[in-house]
Ligand binder design. Structure first.
Ligand code: ATP
Ligand code: MG
Length: 395
C-alpha cells in the first residue's frame, strides 16, 4: 500500500492572524523550489488549513526529507487516498495496520482510530466511524485499545476535497518559514556552534547570508572548504546561500604587530563585528547571527560580549547563548553539520593566540589599542579583497 500523499500541517502559522497568508505564500514558494530539484514529479497543493504533496512515482523519500527539513511545517502525515465508502475504508485500514505491524519488530502496539469528518455528506459521525474502523481492524489483529497513549494510531480524514487514511504521522522541524522574518547575516566559522546558530535562526524565519573571516596562508584552504560545505547545508533550507569570505590576514598581522598579545582575541572579534555589520548594511540584512555562548571561552564573558557588541549598529542574535555544549552537539548531529565541523582544520581565532587572553576587557584600554591601528583602512581593504560564493543546496 504505497503512500501517495503527504499532508503538511502548519503548527504555529495559525498564531499569526492577518499575516498568515504571507507565511503560507513563503512556505509554498520554498517547497515548490525544493520539489523542483528533489522530487520534480510531485505537485504541491495549498489548502485552507494545510498543504499537500501529491507524490510523483519514486518521489516519496525525497519529498518526505524536504518536508522534514523545511521550517514552518509542524507535522507530516504520510497518507493513502481512499474512496468515500465505508467498505473501502475498512479494507484500507486493515491493510495499513498490517503493514505497520509487519515493520515493527516488537509487535506489542496499543491501538486506536482517530477520524475526522469535515464533509458532512458522509453518513457516519466520527465517533461511529472510529468504532466501525476499529472493529474491522481488531477482527484481523489482536491489539489492546488505548484511546490516549496508543503507539499505533490509524488516522482517517473525510474532507470535501477527498478522503485519506494513514498510520504515519511524524513531527516536522516546526518554526516559521525561512524568509518570513527577514534577512540576517550569519558569522559562519568552521566550528560546531555557528552552523547550529544559523539553523535555529532559519527556524525562526530568518533568511541567511553568511560571512566568514579567512586568513590565508595561516589558515588553510581546507577551512574555507569546510565553511562552504556548512553553508551548503544551510542553503538547503532556503534554496541557496550567499557566502562572503573576507580577507582577514592583514588585520590579524597588524594586530599582532602593534597591539598587546593579551588583547588579540578581543581585537579580532571587534574587527569581525565591524565588518559583518558593514556587510549586513550593504546586503540589506537587518541583524547579525553568531554562535556565541556565554562563558565558554575567554572571548565570551559578559564583559567581552558587551565590548564586541558596541561595534555594531544592528541587533545581534545569539541563539546558543544559554545552551550546553551537549545540546549544541546533539543539534549539530541532527542537522548533519557535526561531522563536517569536527574535521581538524584551524580557524583564524586560534592564530597568534595569547597564553592569558583578557577575560574582562575594558573599553578605554581596547580603544587605546585600536588607536595604534589604521582601523578604517584595514576594514576597507578586507572588504575590498573579499570573495563571494553562491552556494547551492547540498540536498
Ligand atoms: P564556533 O564553533 O561557531 O566556531 P566557538 O565556540 O569556536 O564557535 P568562537 O571561536 O569564539 O567560538 O566564535 C564565536 C562566534 O564568532 C562563532 O560562533 C561565529 O559566529 C563567530 N566567528 C568566529 N570565528 C569566525 C570566523 N573565522 N568567521 C566568521 N565568524 C566567526
Ligand atoms: Mg570557533
Amino acid at each position: 500500500m504505497d503512500v501517495t500523499l503527504l499532508i503538511l500541517r502548519y503548527g504555529e502559522l495559525w498564531l499569526k492572524g492577518g499575516n498568515r497568508k504571507d507565511f503560507v505564500r513563503i512556505l509554498a514558494r520554498r517547497l515548490r523550489a525544493g520539489l523542483k530539484t528533489a522530487a520534480p514529479e510531485t505537485e504541491l497543493v495549498v489548502r485552507h488549513d494545510r498543504m499537500e504533496m501529491r507524490l510523483g512515482p519514486g518521489d516519496a523519500k525525497a519529498a518526505m526529507a524536504l518536508a522534514k527539513r523545511t521550517p514552518g511545517i509542524a507535522r507530516i502525515v504520510a497518507a493513502v487516498p481512499v474512496e468515500r465508502d465505508l467498505q473501502a475504508m475498512k479494507a484500507l485500514g486493515v491493510k495499513l495496520v498490517a503493514q505497520a505491524l509487519a515493520s515493527d519488530p516488537h509487535k506489542t502496539q496499543s491501538f486506536r482510530v482517530a477520524s475526522r469528518r469535515s464533509d458532512k455528506r458522509f453518513e457516519l459521525r466520527s465517533p461511529d466511524l472510529d468504532r466501525e474502523l476499529a472493529e474491522a481492524v481488531l477482527a484481523e489483529h489482536k491489539l489492546p485499545i488505548d484511546l490516549r497513549g496508543a503507539e499505533l494510531t490509524l488516522g482517517c480524514e473525510i474532507a470535501p476535497h477527498g478522503c485519506s487514511m494513514w498510520v504515519q504521522d511524524v513531527p516536522g522541524c516546526g518554526g516559521l518559514p525561512v524568509g518570513s522574518a527577514g534577512k540576517t547575516m550569519l558569522l559562519l566559522s568552521g566550528g560546531i556552534d555557528s552552523p547550529v546558530a544559523g539553523h535555529l535562526a532559519q527556524r525562526r524565519g530568518c533568511k541567511l547570508e553568511a560571512i566568514y573571516f579567512h586568513s590565508p596562508p595561516f589558515v588553510p584552504e581546507e577551512t574555507l572548504q569546510k565553511v562552504r560545505e556548512l553553508g551548503q547545508l544551510l542553503a538547503s533550507a532556503q534554496g541557496g546561500l550567499l557566502l562572503h569570505s573576507v580577507y582577514f590576514t592583514d588585520i590579524q598581522k597588524a594586530i599582532k604587530k602593534h597591539c598587546d598579545t593579551k588583547h588579540t582575541v578581543l581585537l579580532y572579534r571587534r574587527f569581525m563585528y565591524r565588518i559583518a555589520d558593514k556587510m549586513a548594511q550593504m546586503r540589506r540584512c537587518d541583524a547579525l547571527v553568531t554562535g556565541e555562548n556565554l562563558g565558554q571561552v575567554a572571548s565570551q564573558t559578559i564583559e567581552n560580549l558587551d565590548l564586541v557588541n558596541r561595534n555594531c549598529e544592528r541587533i545581534v542574535f545569539r541563539p546558543l547563548i544559554t545552551y550546553d555544549k551537549r545540546q549544541v552537539i546533539d543539534l549539530a548531529r541532527q542537522i548533519g553539520s557535526y561531522d563536517i565541523s569536527i574535521r581538524p582544520f584551524d580557524d583564524c581565532c586560534t592564530l597568534f593566540l595569547p597564553k592569558n587572553p583578557t577575560t574582562r576587557g575594558k573599553l578605554h584600554i581596547i580603544e587605546a589599542q585600536e588607536g595604534r591601528l589604521e582601523v578604517d583602512a584595514l576594514i576597507a581593504e578586507a572588504i575590498e579583497r573579499s570573495e563571494r560564493f553562491k552556494l547551492e543546496s547540498a540536498l
